[in-house]
Design a protein around this ligand. Structure first.
Ligand code: C2E
Ligand code: CA
Ligand code: CA
Ligand code: CA
Length: 277
């Protein structure tokens, strides 16, 4: 009878959790999720086009809600932003990535992890204090943590410049993310201290589909090359897109053609395979 009682109470507890979650506001649910460490990171390899070598990975947040349906980052990230919780999420992703990939990064100083930042991160700079605490403990060099900020996050350009200057002074490379999707201010590229430009996947998707957009991609790449920025093309899915990008002289690429986002464990074996070939 004991197993039956245990089963019944387990079901009852699951039911209570489920019912209470149904009645929670998105903010409370996010808060609870943060408290319970339900946010994890997956890593998507970034590849050097000329050599095929993996130079690092982008950390992407996932929400593992027990008993709940999967929610895409495109939904929970804006929710966290609107509810003042994004800085806590950024902190969590930094801590998780440093913890999981610390040994890998210590053993390979050429390898990096990219962390996504939102406008609240850019406004407060809290993530810099987190990095300052976490990286020495984990034995990770600042140059191994790249920072990705979108055009949308530069609400206050002066403030953003101050934060990014501090980040770069510490040795963190800085990338402008989703380039081309925001107000695409070309002057932003000169106004801000940047190392890398990530071309949004909507542009990459147009290669071979839409001739005029493909030309824009080539122009963005040549402009970025002229400004001395390294280019990462996002969302590369086909060989056709890849060869266009190689021809246009993009340096790095990221996308399903190479690998989907994966666990730290899978990323470790992905790197071993990548080094062998
Ligand atoms: P993003 O920073 O532009 O990240 C790239 C997105 O493209 C990821 O979506 C990735 O899974 C997806 N992707 C990669 N390769 C391909 C491909 O070949 N084809 C297609 N169709 N998609 C590809 P994901 O993981 O769903 O994240 C969506 C967005 O959520 C991210 O876009 C980023 O803006 C935001 N995000 C994710 N994690 C974090 C985080 O920790 N912090 C912040 N602030 N934002 C995050
Ligand atoms: Ca990104
Ligand atoms: Ca992006
Ligand atoms: Ca994007």
């Amino acid at each position: 009878l004991a197993p039956l009682a245990a089963l019944t109470s387990a079901i009852l507890i699951a039911l209570i959790i489920w019912v209470s979650r149904q009645r929670m506001s998105p903010r409370s649910e996010l808060q609870l999720g943060l408290k319970r460490n339900e946010f994890i990171a997956v890593y998507q390899p970034i590849i050097e086009l000329a050599s095929g070598r993996c130079i690092g990975a982008e950390a992407l947040a996932r929400w593992h809600r027990p008993g709940g349906a999967a929610i895409s980052p495109d939904v929970f990230i804006p929710l966290a932003e609107d509810n003042n919780l994004i800085e806590q999420l950024t902190e969590r992703i930094i801590r998780v990535s440093a913890g999981e990939l610390g040994p890998l990064l210590r053993g390979n100083k050429d390898l990096h992890i990219s962390i996504n930042l939102s406008s609240a991160d850019m406004a407060s700079g809290h993530f810099l204090r987190v990095l300052q605490e976490v990286l020495p403990q984990a034995g990770i060099a600042p140059a191994q943590i790249w920072l990705e900020a979108t055009e949308r996050s530069f609400i206050d350009v002066e403030r953003a410049r101050t934060i990014l200057d501090q980040a770069r002074a510490r040795g963190h490379p800085v990338a402008i993310d989703d380039f081309g999707t925001g107000y695409s201010n070309l002057s932003l590229l000169e106004a801000l201290p940047l190392d890398t430009l990530k071309i949004d996947k909507s542009f990459v998707a147009a290669i071979g589909q839409d001739a005029s957009t493909s030309v824009v991609v080539a122009h963005i790449i040549s402009m970025a090359n002229n400004l001395g920025l390294a280019i990462v093309a996002e969302g590369v899915e086909t060989r056709e897109q890849e060869s266009y990008l190689v021809h246009a002289q993009a340096r790095y690429a990221q996308g399903w053609l190479y690998a989907r986002p994966m666990s730290a464990e899978k990323f470790t074996s992905f790197l071993q395979d990548n080094a062998r070939t």
